[in-house]
Design a protein. Structure first.
Length: 386
């Protein structure tokens, strides 16, 4: 550790903050600088599409730590400043302020940015949802809106549709895929999620894409590929995300749908990546993975911080994630390849309580619980045995 005096972390959110805190917990007493392009103190994102959108939490509650904690841990926070490049030879990070920050070790934790439609984002009333500022704008828009179209029925779109419907709005949920969340959990389970939304009054329009957004200055509707038109005074575009690596394009750091890392989360000498932006080789599954889920951001940041200080160990997690939609809490461990076969191992889809097993190439690769947290934990043990 003695040659390491300055560690720079770019991206001041779940993965970045966990990296900085783990460095201190492991006894690193050199300089730790945490650089983030948002102005807010680091905050948690999962409540944004749930409690904050619903108005049951005020935004401040999402803050991870108060000012005093950063001071106590001697974490040098530089907020509202973007990293614009990295020089691997001089070991410096260039900032939007024109400064260059030297590092002995660098951790990249810049997450992802929301995907956008080819056209239409300039219309008033068209939103994306990634940051706290996005959420506050969406929350204010929802307060005025009566008909809402959510484009994209993945995690985020489905959660936001549930929140908007709970707030009493007319909501349509549109996706090219045959059912909501089919990319995540397959068509059968996604069908049950679609049924949940339909039962709560969401107009689920799946198997059809969006042709264009309508309106002159403000959005008035969404035209679908089958020619139908959905009225909308608010549109949320939730069509996936793109790793925030634009600032690294000329750095020489390997990029391929994220920052490409080895099994220990290292991407270049002295440079590591963690969280949504990192694609690394997970030896447990023998595959390259990039995981956009909260638990991974914490676990991978802890692994990266320990690896850069000490003897590097492969990072081999069983991925975990959850989503809350209406009264459904769906939790999942493992991986869910599109070809996996899903069987209901416990419970009943009709009662909206179940544990499902996903098998692929003869092995149990994923387990999913729908409002059955205790039973799901037992199923997770099977996954580790297999
Ligand atoms: C609305 C919402 C709801 C979610 N709900 C769930 C859920 O229910 N369950 C679940 O498992 N996961 C959920 N997630 C995913 C989870 O929040 C992410 O996996 C997690 O935030 C990833 O953390 P991260 O630190 O890797 O990236 P991020 O949280 O994206 O943070 C990256 C930070 O880096 C900053 N940055 C980017 N580029 C630069 C640059 N060049 N210079 C400086 N700073 C930069 C970004 O602005 C951002 O602040 C949700 C995400 C969202 C947006």
């Amino acid at each position: 550790m003695s040659d390491i005096k300055r560690i720079v972390v770019v991206g001041a959110s779940a993965a970045g903050l966990t990296t900085a805190e783990t460095l201190r917990r492991e006894g690193f007493d050199g300089l730790v600088t945490l650089i983030g392009d948002e102005l807010h103190l680091p905050y948690d994102r999962p409540p944004l599409s749930k409690q904050v959108l619903l108005g049951t939490w005020e935004p401040e509650r999402t803050s991870f730590r108060d000012d005093a904690t950063y001071q106590r841990l001697e974490i040098g926070l530089r907020l509202g400043v973007a990293a614009t490049g990295v020089d691997l030879v001089s070991r410096t990070v260039a900032l939007s302020t024109g400064d260059r920050v030297p590092y002995d070790r660098l951790v990249i934790a810049t997450g992802v940015r929301p995907g956008r439609l080819r056209a239409g984002h300039e219309l008033a009333g068209v939103h994306v949802l990634r940051t706290l500022d996005d959420t506050l704008a969406l929350r204010a828009g929802l307060a005025r809106a009566s008909s809402v179209v959510v484009v994209g029925a993945g995690f985020l779109g489905s959660e936001a549709a549930a929140a908007a419907r709970t707030l009493g709005k007319d909501v349509a949920l549109v996706d090219m895929a045959p059912v909501p969340m089919s990319r995540q959990f397959g068509d059968e389970l996604g069908g049950w999620i679609g049924d949940l939304h339909r039962d709560r009054g969401v107009d689920v329009r799946t198997g059809v894409g969006v042709s264009r957004l309508l309106g002159d200055t403000g959005v008035t509707g969404v035209e679908l590929a089958d020619g139908s038109v959905l009225a909308a005074d608010l549109v949320l575009v939730a069509i996936g995300s793109v790793p925030a690596t634009d600032w690294l394009t000329t750095s020489g750091i390997p990029l391929d749908d994220g920052v490409l890392c080895d099994a220990t989360c290292q991407t270049a000498p002295g440079v590591y990546a963690a969280g949504d932006v990192a694609r690394w080789y997970n030896r447990r599954f023998g595959a390259l993975m990039r995981i956009e889920h909260r638990m991974n951001a914490t676990e991978q940041a802890m692994a990266a911080a320990r690896n850069l200080l000490g003897e590097p160990q492969p990072f081999t997690p069983v991925p975990y994630f959850w989503t809350d939609q209406f009264d459904a809490r769906i939790q999942a461990y493992g991986v869910f390849p599109p070809e996996a076969k899903m069987t209901v191992a416990l419970g009943e889809p009709a009662n909206r309580k179940l544990v499902a097993h996903y098998h692929h190439e003869g092995a149990l690769v994923g387990v999913l619980g729908w409002n059955m947290p205790r039973e799901l934990r037992a199923a997770r043990a099977l996954l580790l045995e297999d």
